[in-house]
Ligand binder design. Structure first.
Ligand code: HEM
Length: 211
């Protein structure tokens, strides 16, 4: 897919402020274009993260709602609550368990010093269930006072550039899932994703009233 997109934009360039592939192809560093393999890798990476995380999240949400008929009915009757529910689902079912960083200076956190240059893992999925930050962290609660604190999309310079798009996708997916039938239930065990994601790769559900 990435190679096809790069080949297409080489043949049919688009405005650089509208299309990231065209922008990368037009970039010059010290007068030289970027290596094509670097551009292919960048586009591939965006495609991979853009495809995997939302689908894994939708799977996790389907599992939760399939097991919680009361919440399912509540959200179906009150669609205005879906955005808040999606925020809470992102906290509970953060699909990327963590990311790597390297400490740029010595830093002491809770009495533990991480020296400059040390590689560290930021385990977002664990942080999102930190009992010092989230009361009863394993419970779904739609009215948490600190709904904006979770780290599902990371934090800082490298936080997810697709966060707004992903949130929109998840809202549409939950609305459609709830609107598809008066109810749905799980009919078997969900199939888990492989490392490094956490969540559901596929979820067997039966929709009420479906043949
Ligand atoms: C539920 C869906 C998604 C989740 C939970 C998610 C989560 C994340 C996380 C945790 C990071 C890394 C932050 C860090 O390094 O601290 C990230 C980075 C990134 N995400 Fe997402 N993501 C999602 C969907 C998407 C989508 C749909 C796209 C694009 C279409 C996307 C594009 C990216 C890109 C390009 C980066 C790298 C940003 C950088 O390094 O500067 N993501 N995402």
């Amino acid at each position: 897919m990435a190679r096809a997109i790069v080949a297409d934009r080489k043949a049919n360039p688009m405005p650089v402020d509208e299309d990231v592939t065209s922008a990368l192809l037009a970039t010059r560093v010290d007068g030289a274009p970027l290596p094509e393999e670097m551009i292919v890798g960048t586009i591939r990476q965006v495609l991979v993260v853009g495809i995997i995380a939302p689908s894994v999240m939708i799977g996790s949400i389907a599992v939760h709602l399939g097991r919680d008929q009361a919440l399912q009915a509540h959200l179906r009757a009150n669609p205005a609550l879906v955005p808040a529910a999606v925020e809470e689902f992102l906290r509970l079912y953060t699909p990327y368990r963590g990311f790597a960083r390297t400490a740029v200076r010595d830093v002491t956190i809770r009495g533990r010093t991480i020296p400059a240059g040390e590689p560290i893992a930021l385990v977002y999925a664990s942080a999102n269930r930190d009992e010092d930050v989230f009361e009863c962290p394993h419970e779904f609660r739609i009215d948490r006072p600190n709904m904006k604190d979770p780290l599902a999309f990371g934090r800082g310079t490298h936080s997810c550039v697709g966060a707004a798009l992903a949130t929109l996708e998840l809202n549409v997916a939950v609305e459609e899932l709830l609107a598809a039938a008066p109810g749905f239930t799980l009919t078997g065990e969900p199939k888990p994703t492989r490392f490094p994601e956490i969540g559901a790769l596929s979820v067997p559900v039966a929709f009420e009233g479906a043949a």
